[in-house]
Structures are given as structure tokens and as C-alpha cells.
Design a protein around this ligand. Structure first.
Ligand code: C5P
Length: 229
């Protein structure tokens, strides 16, 4: 059973401060977007892909898509709107129980092994799952003025990564309910959680970095080189 893949890639990546959206910056000789799609394709060569792109995007090149079955979907104002557009676009083809994995274009270092473990968990669990890593640093809360108000216990805290995967019908229902009730969702799992469900945490490698800030690009190159060694 091969999953549906939704890759939101319609962001502007303003925190990078680069001359183009981060998915088009070069990473080890290819655009970030191409690297991320290559990883997904290695794990799921027969998956069907929905790629969310800004309709005004003039940089995208379809030659970067290794999948035989894929479609381009217009991005929305926020990440969640891009994902909802993708889910609507496949409504006629996806069955409610089909697993859908949502993966940020900005995470090119995700490994095939983590992708397959996540997919296996999503196939077996009706409320879905996400890749995540336990928090290693001591967590401080600020007082709003640059000083420490207190230390948060880090036991039981995780960094949420992507992919996050859910049955198609559940994910659509969760995102619709979140929109209706004004629940802020920065990932898919939070929408499912708002329905009172508990997606499974799949312990993932810590090097599934999200390229966000300028220094992340050099780190991602090192990670890819180390993974290939
Ligand atoms: O900016 P950030 O890294 O949080 O974006 C996460 C992902 O969501 C990126 O892959 C980005 O391209 C995507 N995105 C999107 N549509 C938006 C905003 C972000 O597809 N409107």
C-alpha cells in the first residue's frame, strides 16, 4: 500500500532572507525542492504526489519531480490552506482510509528508514502518526523582556517534525473543524488533537532538520554528506 504525498511548497521563506524562496536555494548541487522529492521518491517510488506551489511561482521546474503520478495545486495564504487545497484536489481519487503523508518541502534530510517507519505506523493506526524527536535542551520561558521567568520541565516534550500522516477522511475532517472553530494549526497533528484524538509519536532522527534560517543550509549539506558516507 503506497501513500498519498502532500508537499506544501508555497511558502516565501522570509526568515531565510535570501533572494528566492528557500525551496529553490541550492543544496548539494540541486534545489532543496528537488532533494526533498528525491528522498520521498526513494522511500515511496509509486506514491501519488500533490505539490502545493504559489500560482505566481516562476522558478519551479517539473523536471525536478521524480514521480510518475503527480499534480500541482495552488498554495494558500498559510501552510494549512495549502494542505487543504491539496486534500480538496484529490477528493475524487482518495478514499477515506487512504494514508496521506504531509511533508514540508523544507525537510530534505529525512531518511528513507524514518519515512517507511512513519508510513507503517500510519497504515496500522487509525488516528495517524508523526515523526518527532525528544527535546534535549533545557527549556526556558521568558518574561517578555529578555529575562527568564522559569524553567519548563522538558520530560515528555518532543519536537514535532514531518512527515505527519493520517487517513485521508480524518485529516480532511480535522482541518475543516479547525478552520470552523478558529483553532490555530501549525501542523496536521494539532488539528487531529483538537478532535480529541492522540496521534502516535514515532521517534525520529534528530537530523531531519527544517531549513528555516540561513545557517541551516550549510548544516543540511553536512547532514546529507554524512548520511551518504
Ligand atoms: O515557513 P515554514 O518553514 O514554516 O513553512 C513550512 C512549509 O509550508 C514549507 O514547506 C513552505 O513552503 C510551506 N508553505 C506553504 N504555503 C504557505 C506557507 C508555507 O505551502 N502559504
Amino acid at each position: 500500500e503506497t501513500p498519498w504525498l502532500v508537499v506544501p511548497a508555497a511558502g516565501q521563506g522570509r526568515r531565510m532572507g535570501a533572494d528566492r524562496p528557500k525551496q529553490y536555494l541550492p543544496l548539494a548541487g540541486a534545489p532543496v525542492l528537488a532533494r526533498t522529492l528525491q528522498r520521498l521518491h526513494l522511500a515511496f517510488p509509486r506514491a501519488r504526489l500533490c505539490l502545493c506551489l504559489d500560482p505566481e511561482d516562476g522558478r519551479f521546474d517539473p523536471a525536478w519531480v521524480p514521480f510518475a503520478d503527480w499534480r500541482r495545486v495552488p498554495g494558500g495564504a498559510e501552510r494549512v490552506d495549502s494542505v487543504v487545497n491539496a486534500l480538496m484536489a484529490i477528493a475524487g481519487d482518495a478514499a477515506d482510509e487512504d494514508p496521506v503523508l504531509v511533508h514540508d518541502v523544507a525537510r530534505p534530510c529525512v531518511t528513507v528508514d524514518d519515512l517507511r517507519r512513519l508510513h507503517a505506523a500510519v497504515v496500522e493506526d487509525p488516528v495517524g502518526a508523526l515523526l518527532a524527536a525528544p527535546v534535549a535542551d533545557t527549556m526556558k520561558r521568558d518574561d517578555g523582556a529578555g529575562r527568564v521567568r522559569g524553567t519548563e520541565p522538558r520530560a515528555g516534550l518532543w519536537h514535532a517534525q514531518t512527515p505527519q500522516g493520517f487517513p485521508y477522511g480524518l485529516l480532511r475532517r480535522a482541518l475543516a473543524a479547525a478552520a470552523e472553530h478558529g483553532v490555530a494549526v501549525t501542523d496536521e497533528a494539532s488539528a487531529v488533537e483538537a478532535l480529541g484524538m492522540a496521534p502516535r509519536l514515532i521517534g525520529a532522527r534528530r537530523d531531519n532538520l527544517k531549513i528555516t534560517h540561513p545557517e541551516d543550509l550549510a548544516l543540511a549539506e553536512l547532514i546529507l554528506a554524512a548520511q551518504a558516507a
